[in-house]
Each structure stands twice: as structure tokens, then as C-alpha cells.
Design a protein around this ligand. Structure first.
Ligand code: UDP
Length: 236
């Protein structure tokens, strides 16, 4: 029997796609895609994309919108990111499929986990859009759920502007210390918000390890995908 390839679930935040601005910055996405395409030669890669560069439901609802409707807008934003990433991945030579949790069959396959696994076995990069298709969820939580359902070995949470888990928010506290390894229990008790608590607890309950790392400088995505020890390891 042939040995199973390493399979990872990569979570890319929407912020990364916009390069800090609203919408998609093609140069930034092209750079991410190049690294992912290269790494896909020897690792099976599934990706959950965020949508914070377009809309976050919680923010829109604070400004008067119905939360459910605002969350659906957020999910649609993730599909735009998925299509942008698909385009640049294909330009970089990778075969790809997009699966959406909200049906829109002209632009994406529906989410079918067994089919996603088949794509991965064939060397295709699979991009999951539209989150879970459910309001009140975040794409961090979806990353944990998809990783479990497609039997990935690890969830890789790529962050923009922070290179791992810190003991307090490094953007507001200059004395914040980076943590090399932490348990889910500790992260939850300390209220560390770098990843959603729902995502942490889902991984904790099911023994799924997570690596939180920064996507800058260039090369970090490749390192994380092939399993180099960067960022912070969160485990049970
Ligand atoms: N969202 C949702 N259900 C999901 C995934 C996402 O309602 O299963 C909505 C939610 O409004 C969220 C937005 O989509 O704010 C964008 O996703 P997220 O905030 O997780 O993106 P990121 O912060 O990673 O860019």
C-alpha cells in the first residue's frame, strides 16, 4: 500500500486578500497562490477562505443590519475570495476546485466532503467558500470542521500581521510575548482571541492540532504547509 500523503487544511483570512483594504488585491493573492501551488506538489491542500476584506456580519449588525442577512453577505464575500484564489492558483499551474456551502452551481461545486477528498487524492487544491453556510459561524470554526471531516492532519491558520499566538494582544501591548506551544485548554482559559473559541474547542474535543502562524515574510506559507515548525502549535 502506498503511504498517505500529508493533508492539511489551510485557513486564509480575508484580510490577507485585500492587503489591508476593502476588496481583492490581485498582487497579494498572486503571491499567496504561487506559494500554495508550489507546495501542492507534495502535500494535499484544502483551503478555507475568510471574508473579512468584504463584510463581517457582526460589524454590519452593530450598524443596524439584521445579523443573519449580514452574515450571508459575509459568506458571499468568502466566495469572491475563493474565486480570486482559484484564478491565481490555476495561473500558477495548480489544478483546483471550489466547493461552496451555499449552492451556486455556475461558479462552484456544492460542498461534498467525499468528492473533496477525491480531488485532494488527485492532487487538486480544494477551496471551500461560503463558510458553513450558517449565520453566527466564523470561517475559523469552519476550518476546524472541514479539517475534521476531510481527515486532514492539521489546521494551519495563516494570520495577517501577527506571527503566532501571544499572551496578550501584540497590537495593543508592546510587551506581549509570543507563545511557542500551548494547549487548547490554556488558550481557552486565558481567553486568547487570535482564533475563535468555537474553533479551539472543536479541535480540542476531537484532538485536531493547529498551527497559528504569520503569512509574512514570503515563504512562510510553504514552510507551514510542509510542516516546518513555525508560529505557535496549539494541541490537546
Ligand atoms: N460567516 C458566517 N458563517 C460562516 C462563515 C462566515 O456567517 O460559516 C460570515 C460572518 O459574517 C463573518 C464573515 O462571513 O464575519 C466573514 O468570515 P470571517 O469573519 O470568518 O472572515 P476572516 O475574519 O477570516 O476574514
Amino acid at each position: 500500500m502506498s503511504e498517505r500523503k500529508r493533508r492539511v487544511l489551510l485557513k486564509l483570512s480575508g484580510e490577507a486578500f485585500g492587503g489591508g483594504q476593502l476588496g481583492v488585491n490581485p498582487d497579494v493573492v498572486a503571491g499567496l497562490a504561487k506559494e500554495i501551488a508550489e507546495a501542492s506538489a507534495d502535500t494535499e491542500i484544502a483551503i478555507v477562505v475568510g471574508g473579512g476584506n468584504f463584510f463581517r456580519g457582526a460589524e454590519l449588525s452593530q450598524r443596524g443590519m439584521d445579523r443573519g442577512r449580514a452574515d450571508y453577505m459575509g459568506m458571499l464575500g468568502t466566495v469572491m475570495n475563493a474565486l480570486a484564489l482559484q484564478d491565481f492558483l490555476e495561473q500558477a499551474g495548480a489544478a483546483t476546485r471550489v466547493q461552496s456551502a451555499i449552492s451556486m452551481t455556475q461558479v462552484a461545486e456544492p460542498y461534498i466532503p467525499r468528492r473533496a477528498e477525491r480531488h485532494l487524492e488527485k492532487g487538486r487544491v480544494v477551496i471551500f467558500g461560503a463558510g458553513a453556510g450558517l449565520p453566527y459561524f466564523s470561517t475559523d470554526t469552519v476550518a476546524a470542521q472541514r479539517a475534521l471531516e476531510i481527515d486532514a492532519q492539521v489546521v494551519l491558520v495563516a494570520k495577517n500581521g501577527v506571527d503566532g499566538v501571544y499572551d496578550s494582544d501584540p497590537r495593543t501591548n508592546a510587551a506581549a510575548q509570543k507563545i511557542d506551544a500551548i494547549t487548547y485548554q490554556e488558550a481557552l482559559v486565558q481567553g486568547l482571541k487570535v482564533v475563535d473559541s468555537t474553533a479551539f474547542s472543536l479541535c480540542m474535543d476531537n484532538g485536531m492540532p493547529m498551527v497559528v502562524f504569520g503569512m509574512q515574510p514570503a515563504g512562510n506559507l510553504t514552510k507551514a504547509i510542509r510542516g516546518d515548525r513555525i508560529g505557535t502549535l496549539v494541541s490537546r
